[in-house]
Design a protein around this ligand. Structure first.
Ligand code: NAD
Ligand code: RBV
Length: 490
């Protein structure tokens, strides 16, 4: 078995935390009980790109319990929990000397070149994979760039404006497709290069679809579909209510302040915390900060969300109006260029800056690095003080990448159980009902969404009221659901 993680010696700790997490992930345990015998994923080969955390370990081992062969990488350079990665490689019954689990390619603190090397490795099964689990769309992007490069017989073209990330991806795609002479491109130093080029067209022929975890990944998928560039069926897991209205909101309500506390331990009570974006993530962030006694200010571009924030009791301002008073600025938009270098220069001494949206383009890190006289002074891993010429500093978390996974351990298990049960259902749909999902972006049927919620009620001791036949007839809904039309907004 090939794998690449920080330290297999951490596996025992990882296994203890996985065991605790299993109890907190009732939806995934139902999936195991329901399907362990039938093995509906036997013959499936799943390439996964999603934060390699303890919760993801339980997802991976659930896919394996249903019969799948799995290879995994993280979707973020800072989000891997090294003990979880080690435990997944070793497996429940293996040892560090004789690992028997799943090939994982992930460690906390990857370089960009290493990150894309890891992404390539998840596609390298003996036979090509049948599905992708993606978070943010990087595995899907790697696949599509590889196909384009192979068809063109040329490495992806880059102009001068390409970011470091785009360069690292293009170099890896070219290398994987066998389009660069040996040693001609800067590769991930010290990591083994596979001998044979990846046949991206064979990958496409074998892949039955991708299930996408997050808002930003779904936005990318939709953009590709609109442009006619999407080449495989996709299930929008974020479109399940039991994902976006739970993980994005309640998950961030937990993990935002976890990240802030672990990073700086700065008191939030009484301070001014600005949250950019009042969508599903922003709503959870605001609630958490208010719970700490912070004075929360929201920025929004959408009048509906701005009005919601105001009605929920938050001040709504532009960032320029409040930048000088902010003690914390948290971006949660999925947009780019939200906090500019010019705005960062106007922040108070020791203001804390962090992003909880998917990518690192919400905060202008490149602009900050270019700001005249500014110096980066690392405080500890994933926390940097940026000192300006006049001596004042701002504290930037996880280099502008999602702070709840870089500075803490992401969402807790119970809420990830709702997300990941949707992931398992999506993988089952793509594998066993491929004909129902043509190329395009789909959501799971509402009856599955309601079922995912149902799996999680007993653990919280919830007593659900049952409709009588008369009431069901009056409402015009089946007694067993679904209870709402597809466009109901919750
Ligand atoms: P969403 O669309 O529900 O909310 C985003 C909000 O930001 C919208 O209301 C939008 O109007 C607003 N917005 C957009 N541009 C803005 C700007 N320039 N200034 C102010 N507001 C702006 O999306 P979401 O589900 O809340 O997700 C937000 C981001 O967080 C995405 O990138 C998503 O992938 C990511 N996400 C991260 C985590 C995590 O654990 N860190 C969890 C879930 C989602
Ligand atoms: N997320 N995963 C975790 N603990 O494994 N925490 C958060 C975890 C996911 C969440 O579903 C969100 O949509 C995505 O990370 C953003 O990359």
């Amino acid at each position: 078995m090939d794998w690449y993680v920080a330290d297999l010696g951490l596996a025992a700790l990882g296994r203890r935390e996985i065991t605790l997490a299993e109890h907190e992930m009732p939806g995934l345990m139902v999936m195991r009980q329901r399907y362990a015998e039938a093995q509906p994923l036997r013959g499936a080969r799943i390439a996964g790109s999603l934060h390699m955390t303890v919760q993801t370990a339980v997802l991976i081992e659930t896919l394996v319990a249903l019969g799948a062969e799995v290879r995994w990488a993280s979707c973020n350079i800072f989000s891997t929990q090294d003990h979880a990665a080690a435990a997944v490689v070793v497996g429940p019954d293996g040892t560090a000397d004789d690992p028997g689990g799943v090939p994982v390619f992930a460690w906390k603190g990857e370089t960009l070149a290493e990150y894309w090397w890891c992404t390539e490795q998840i596609f390298r099964f003996d036979q090509p994979p049948t599905m992708i689990v993606d978070d943010g769309g990087d595995a899907t992007l790697f696949l599509h760039q590889g196909i384009a490069a192979q068809r063109a017989g040329a490495a992806p073209a880059l102009d001068d404006s390409a970011s470091d990330e785009q360069r690292a991806l293009a170099q890896r795609v070219a290398r994987a497709a066998g389009l660069v002479a040996e040693g001609a491109s800067p590769v991930a130093a010290g990591l083994p290069e596979a001998g044979a080029p990846l046949d991206f067209l064979a990958l496409l022929a074998s892949l039955q679809g991708v299930s996408e975890e997050t808002t930003t990944g779904v936005r990318r998928l939709r953009a590709m579909a609109t442009a006619g560039e999407l080449l495989l069926p996709a299930i929008d897991v974020n479109g399940s209510v039991t994902k976006s209205k739970f993980d994005n909101t309640y998950g961030c309500r937990h993990s935002l302040i976890d990240g802030l506390n672990r990073a700086t331990d700065t008191l939030m009570g009484g301070k001014v915390a600005v949250v950019c974006g009042y969508g599903d993530v922003g709503k959870g962030c605001c609630e958490a900060l208010r719970g700490q006694g912070a004075r929360v200010v929201v920025t929004e571009i959408d009048p509906i969300c701005a009005l919601q924030a105001a009605m929920d009791g938050y001040e709504v301002r532009t960032l320029d109006e409040v930048i000088g008073q902010a003690d914390f600025v948290i971006t949660a938009t999925g947009c780019c260029g939200v906090l500019t270098a010019e705005q960062m220069a106007r922040l108070k001494h020791q203001a804390v800056v962090g992003n909880i949206g998917h990518f690192d383009d919400e905060i202008d890190m490149a602009g900050l690095a270019r700001w005249p006289g500014v110096v980066k002074e690392p405080l500890k891993p994933q926390v940097d003080a940026w000192r300006y010429g006049d001596g004042h500093v701002i504290l930037v978390l996880s280099e502008g990448r999602l702070l709840n996974l870089g500075n803490a351990t992401g969402h807790p298990s119970f809420v990830m159980s709702t997300s990941f049960t949707n992931q398992v259902l999506a993988q089952l749909e793509l594998f066993t009902r491929a004909g129902d999902y043509p190329v395009g972006v789909h959501v799971l049927p509402k009856r599955m969404d309601e079922e995912v919620a149902r799996f999680h009620l007993p653990a919280l001791n919830v007593s659900l009221t049952r409709l009588t036949p008369e009431q069901a007839a009056y409402l015009g809904v089946p007694m067993e659901g679904p209870y709402k039309p597809d466009d109901y907004r919750y």
